[in-house]
Design a protein around this ligand. Structure first.
Ligand code: PMP
Length: 285
């Protein structure tokens, strides 16, 4: 009867820890940012985190230490409404929290160029269920879109928002490349404000001198883009080489996508000291 099980009222995060063989430790990527977003998602649901963001980071490190993880992991914290009660209201409920980690490799199987399909399912609007909040119930929208895409023979869905503009994948943000610039849907386009998306924009600017236009993207821009990729904690940076049976650009993995992906892996694997602030190290017990 748990409220969150009955009504989908949990706020959660998906976080990656990268195992570094050389130093013999786990580096959790942008952990603080994830808990900050969890706090915002929780506020939408009128929930509160059980502790400060700093303390939750320490608890996450402790979890990895106790699990004795020696490989890449996926970490999922969730705030949920624990009362066993009938009635969907968010107030007068008791918040609870869990966190688990498990060994995790690739999330999307096809890393060499995906074929995505525009979904017949629209992304939920801010006044329906806010996409900027990472809320469990919202993933029914993602599940429907991803299932349809898979059954239609695509690798992943691209959801348009209610206004017909490009939103995001079922659990990834989207970028296209046009005339050497990155373009990504804006924060008010009914997307999750992805941490990998932010990372991509920051790395592209600082390391490659490439700027990002944040604006509406029309569906047909996907067909005429020079490059396209999806990004997320699970997806990391995954190139899209075909959309709706049409080749994107040359139909091969794009040059900028490749440079960004290489750079991204250098950073998350701890090979770029300049970005060590983004890594939360878990030292052995
Ligand atoms: N959009 C949705 C719907 C997602 O579930 C995710 C995965 N959390 C993303 C985008 C990517 O966000 P992030 O880079 O923060 O993982």
């Amino acid at each position: 009867m748990t409220h969150t099980f009955l009504y989908g009222t949990g706020a959660f995060e998906g976080i990656r820890g990268y195992w570094d063989d050389r130093s013999g430790r786990m580096n959790i990527f942008r952990l603080h940012d994830h808990f900050q977003r969890l706090d915002r998602s929780a506020r939408v649901l009128r929930s509160t985190l059980p502790d400060s963001v700093d303390r939750l980071c320490e608890i996450t490190a402790e979890l990895c230490r106790r699990n004795n993880d020696h490989e890449d992991v996926y970490i999922r914290p969730q705030v949920y409404k624990a009362d066993e009660v009938i009635g969907p209201e968010l107030i007068h409920r008791t918040d609870a929290f869990f966190i688990f980690s498990l060994p995790f490799g690739k999330y999307l199987e096809k890393t060499t160029g995906m074929h995505c399909g525009t979904s017949s399912w629209r992304r939920v609007q801010d006044n329906m269920i806010p996409a900027r909040a990472k809320v469990t119930g919202i993933y029914v929208n993602s599940s429907l879109a991803r299932t349809e895409a898979m059954e239609n023979g695509f690798d992943e869905a691209i959801m348009l928002n209610a206004n017909g503009y490009v939103g995001e994948g079922s659990s990834e943000n989207l970028f296209i490349v046009r005339d050497g610039k990155l373009v990504t849907p804006s924060d008010s386009d009914d997307i999750l404000e992805g941490i990998t998306r932010k990372t991509v924009m920051e790395l592209a600017h600082a390391e490659l001198g490439v700027e990002t236009e944040v604006r509406h993207i029309g569906r047909t821009e996907l067909y005429t883009a020079d490059e396209c990729f999806l990004c997320g904690t699970g997806a990391e940076i995954t190139p899209v080489t075909k959309v709706d049976h049409r080749e994107v650009g040359s139909g091969q993995v794009g040059e900028l996508t490749t440079r960004l992906r290489d750079l991204f892996f250098e950073v998350v694997r701890g090979r770029c000291p300049k970005y060590s602030d983004w890594l939360y190290p878990v030292n052995a017990a």
